[in-house]
Design a protein around this ligand. Sequence first.
Ligand SMILES: C=CC1=C(C)c2cc3[nH]c(cc4nc(cc5[nH]c(cc1n2)c(C)c5CCC(=O)O)C(CCC(=O)O)=C4C)c(C)c3C=C
Ligand SMILES: [Fe+2]
Length: 387
Amino acid sequence: MGRIGVLLLNLGGPDQLEDVGPFLFNLFSDPEIIRLPFPWLQKPLAWFISTRRTKLSQENYRQIGGGSPLRQITEEQAEALEKQLRTKGHEAKVYIGMRYWHPFTEEAIARIKRDNIERLVILPLYPQFSISTSGSSFRLLQRLWQEDPKLEKIEYTVIPSWYKQPSYLQAMAQLIAQELDKFPNPDAVHVFFSAHGVPKSYVEEAGDPYQQEIEECTALIMQTLDRPNAHTLAYQSRVGPVEWLQPYTEDALKELGAQGVENIAVVPISFVSEHIETLQEIDIEYREVAEEAGIHHFCRVPALNTHPVFIQAMVDLVEEAVKNPSLKLSQVTQMKKKVRMYPQERWEWGMTTTAEVWNGRLAMLGFLALVIELITGRGLLHFVGIL
Ligand SMILES: C=CC1=C(C)c2cc3[nH]c(cc4nc(cc5[nH]c(cc1n2)c(C)c5CCC(=O)O)C(CCC(=O)O)=C4C)c(C)c3C=C
Ligand SMILES: [Fe+2]
């Protein structure tokens, strides 16, 4: 097959408490995370929100040892994948590109260029696609490709999402079964899938396929598990005042407690590594909520990390992508239904998102001019000195 580069995309997390502020600033500076009508507002708002959130977030990271384990685990996954690909006879090199913290995606691309990689598989470590995760990383890569003609030489292919991959489903089912079997009556345990949420508008207005992929993935895992357990899907980690996908994990736990459920196994479903939302939010916060609601036996299914069947899933994905290298970065978002990424500033003619945004902006300016004229009795041209 020749020499293959594999670029693993991930979100990144602060390595130590001092990193929390700048990490949050990077995250909230991303228009795929906070979608604003005015791009010039992005950085000031990112500064404002990250400054306000830093203390709370630092406290959460303090509870899990003072930093995110994401870098370490992703490095172990990369190492295991590279080793497994080499064992299978591929001359492979695996790179890590984080979106909001070290090692940044830009650093990974610089290393890929330096190593003269000619064939690259881009594999996000998110099984399901969301505008806010894989979509954001693809958007960044697309920009890097546009800015650097040397990257054109790399023959790359993108794996947009892979939640149906059989070895992935198998690995998830194995981990769940292992936890269920620790209970005296495994079939009576409620399997509780907790996915990271996104604002509802992402799905309903921007066409993010995330919710549909999460629902389908949950059904496929239950099918692979092939046990009679009841199950629930809910969404966690809501940030800010807008409505996110429902039901919220906290409410769903309370509801189950009220129904008399006493044993549950919580399955983190939208991410493949332990991180703050498994170690702090589920293991500490939701465990407390569950106990208060009368769910006395609460266990959490571990994240996949370097589970050998999961590493095999990644090997299969890479081999498949190398055999059928067709998907380009620009095709990915269009392929995923009619996903609307955050509008870019490059003008496109026709009934495009860019046109819609500019129509909206001009309409708002027109309306503002009208209000000023109604209040002052003078038009805008007067104020700019033309009349
Ligand atoms: C599939 C996984 C994830 C989705 C979807 C997602 C969307 C999303 N997240 C925020 C806000 C925050 N996310 C934060 C950390 C964080 N998020 C994910 C995964 C998804 N996010 C990961 C893996 C991590 C890093 C965890 C770590 O161990 O460091 C944070 C920072 C932590 C905190 O302060 O709570 C924020 C904030 C939004 C707004 C969003 C969708 C729009
Ligand atoms: Fe997040």
